[in-house]
Design a protein around this ligand. Structure first.
Ligand code: NAD
Length: 260
């Protein structure tokens, strides 16, 4: 379905971003991987995508907290692969603490990585999408883009901001072939969430398995994790013709979290 298209997924060396990159590659899109990690493991991921899906995959090591890195990444993706047709703003970090103890440097980092990076990436990519009159911008927000939880002031503020950014970009592109939407996942068992489960187990003196069940029971009525593959499949749908009038939407995929 996405033959000849190029998809850039920020933070795709792990978790949800990797699941989205794999799902787009399975539809024949060429892929730009980005994110941190061990160089050998990242090269294995990159080559694995090329071998499994018979597409081109490149890796660009931009730090998306830095606007100059983002601009250079979009430039390199465009020169190496011919353009960026699908932009998935996925890179994100978390920090958990009550506001009076929330380190200002964590606030700044979360706002830069989870919110401002999307502004810089869209700004740098949208002109070429509008020139071709086709593009898909998918922002990986969160249930925390729609509702709040305690101890996550930076994350909740950034994700609510990302949902707002999504709506503005959708309106500004409404008469074009470019769409912009937000996916709002509930709990997905990735390294970002595993850290929160481990911290919970340590704080409460319970087993990691019990902490996992407690974490789900508190927010996610299905009591099951959302998977990166399911978020990948939703991203593929958003890239389809059938989704061309889905614009500015906040698409929950959260086991019922925000239905409560
Ligand atoms: P993860 O920790 O598994 O992956 C995060 C990715 O972002 C990694 O590839 C990491 O290297 C990359 N990254 C981090 N900082 C970066 C930077 N400065 N520059 C470039 N890349 C950077 O986390 P995940 O759970 O897969 O999260 C992916 C996105 O999904 C995040 O935006 C997160 O907020 C969102 N999300 C996650 C969940 C969940 O339950 N896991 C739920 C809702 C939303």
């Amino acid at each position: 379905m996405l033959n000849g298209k190029v998809a850039l997924v920020t933070g795709s060396t792990s978790g949800i971003g990797l699941g989205v990159a794999r799902a787009l590659a399975a539809q024949n899109a060429n892929i730009v991987l980005n994110g941190f990690g061990d160089a050998g493991e990242i090269e294995a991921l990159r080559k694995g995508l090329e071998d499994e899906f018979k597409i081109r995959a490149i890796y660009i090591a931009a730090d998306v907290s830095k606007p100059d890195d983002i601009n250079a990444m979009i430039g390199k993706a465009t020169s190496d692969l011919g353009g960026v047709d699908i932009l998935v703003n996925n890179a994100g970090i978390q920090h958990v603490a009550p506001i009076q103890n929330f380190p200002p440097d964590r606030w700044d980092a979360i706002i830069a990585i989870n919110l401002s990076s999307a502004f810089h990436a869209v700004r740098a990519t949208l002109p070429q999408m509008l020139d071709r009159n086709w593009g898909r911008i998918i922002n990986i927000a969160s249930a925390h883009g729609l509702v709040a939880s305690v101890q996550k002031v930076g994350y909740v503020a950034a994700k609510h901001g990302l949902v707002g950014l999504t709506k503005v970009v959708a309106l500004e592109t409404a008469k074009s072939g470019v769409t912009c939407n937000a996916i709002c996942p509930g709990w997905v068992l990735t390294p970002l969430v595993q850290k929160q489960i481990d911290a919970r187990a340590a704080n409460e003196g319970v087993s990691v398995d019990d902490a996992k069940i407690e974490l789900l029971a508190e927010k996610q009525p299905s009591l099951e994790f959302v998977t990166p593959e399911q978020i990948g499949a939703l991203s593929v749908f958003l890239c389809s013709e059938a989704a061309s009038q889905i614009r500015g939407a906040e698409l929950s995929i959260d086991g019922g979290w925000t239905a409560q």
